[in-house]
Design a protein around this ligand. Structure first.
Ligand SMILES: C[S@@+](CC[C@H](N)C(=O)[O-])C[C@H]1O[C@@H](n2cnc3c(N)ncnc32)[C@H](O)[C@@H]1O
Length: 239
C-alpha cells in the first residue's frame, strides 16, 4: 500500500471517500469549486477530516452574508416601513442642530428617526452646552430601533435620549411631551407631511415642526434654511 501520506489530485468526491476508508492519510486537492472549498485538506482514520470543518466555516460565512443582505433589503422594504430609510445628509447636520434652537424646557421628537443621526448629533450639542433638552427618537423599523438603542447605550448624553419603536401616528404625544415645549423633526415622504402637521395641530399645544427636504403640503413655513437640502420651519399654535 502507499505510504502513510499520499499526495493526490482527486477528480471526484467519491475518490476522496474511498481513500479515506482505506485508512491512509490522504492529502487532497479538492476538485469541486476550489475557490469555495479552499485548497488542500487532510483526512485519515486517526485524524479528523478537515473537510467538514472547512465546509462548516464556509456555510457560516454564507449565512452571515445572506443575513446582512436580508437586513439591508429589510431597511428599504415597504414592509419594514411605508417610508423607506434615507439618512439626513451629514453635511446638513450642523444646520439642523442650529435650527433646533436647543433649550432646557424642550423635547425634540424625531418622527421616523432612522439611525438617529439628528437626535444623537443634537444630544451631543445639548450636553456640550449643559442643556437638559430631552430627545425622543421614534421609528417603526425594528432593525433601525435596535441600532439606535445600541448607539444610545454608548452616548454620553443617554440619560436625555429615549428610543421608541412604533408608528409615529399612534403615539401618545401629550404624555411624552408633558409640560415642555415640543419640536418635531421630520424627514419623511411628502405625502405624509400633511398628516404629521394635522396630528401636531390636533395636540393643541404650541409646537414647532422642522421638515427636512420637503415642504409640508398645505402649510406655510416661517423660515427656510438652505443646505445641501432645504429645511423648512413651521410653527403650530393653539386653536
Ligand atoms: C427618510 S428616513 C429619515 C431618517 C432620519 N430621520 C434621518 O433624518 O436621518 C424615514 C424614516 O421613517 C421611518 N418611518 C416610516 N414610517 C414610519 C411610521 N409610520 N412611524 C415611525 N417611523 C416611520 C422609516 O423607518 C425611516 O427610518
Amino acid at each position: 500500500m502507499a505510504p502513510a501520506q499520499i499526495w493526490r489530485d482527486v477528480g471526484m468526491a467519491d475518490k476522496l471517500v474511498s481513500k479515506t476508508n482505506e485508512g491512509n492519510l490522504v492529502r487532497v486537492r479538492l476538485p469541486l469549486a476550489p475557490h469555495i472549498f479552499g485548497g488542500s485538506k487532510t483526512c485519515g482514520h486517526n485524524s479528523p477530516c478537515e473537510f467538514d470543518s472547512h465546509l462548516r466555516h464556509k456555510m457560516i460565512n454564507l449565512l452571515v452574508i445572506a443575513t446582512i443582505i436580508i437586513i439591508i433589503l429589510y431597511f428599504f422594504s415597504s414592509h419594514a416601513s411605508p417610508i423607506p430609510y434615507f439618512p439626513t445628509n451629514k453635511e446638513d447636520l450642523p444646520m439642523i442642530v442650529t435650527a433646533l434652537r436647543l433649550a432646557n424646557n424642550q423635547v425634540v421628537i424625531d418622527l421616523g428617526a432612522g439611525d438617529g443621526a439628528v437626535v444623537f448629533a443634537a444630544a451631543s450639542e445639548a450636553q456640550n452646552n449643559r442643556l437638559t433638552t430631552q430627545f425622543v427618537a421614534v421609528d417603526i423599523n425594528i432593525v433601525l430601533v435596535a441600532f439606535m438603542l445600541l448607539r444610545r447605550h454608548f452616548h454620553p448624553n443617554k440619560a436625555h435620549i429615549t428610543i421608541l419603536h412604533g408608528d409615529m401616528f399612534l403615539l401618545h404625544y401629550k404624555k411624552i411631551i408633558g409640560p415642555k415645549k415640543a419640536l418635531f423633526y421630520i424627514y419623511i415622504a411628502p405625502w405624509f407631511t400633511k398628516q404629521v402637521h394635522d396630528m401636531v395641530k390636533e395636540l393643541n399645544m404650541p409646537s414647532k415642526i422642522l421638515s427636512y427636504f420637503y415642504e409640508i403640503e398645505g402649510g406655510t413655513y416661517v423660515k427656510k434654511t438652505n443646505g445641501v437640502h432645504n429645511l423648512f420651519e413651521y410653527t403650530v399654535t393653539k386653536r
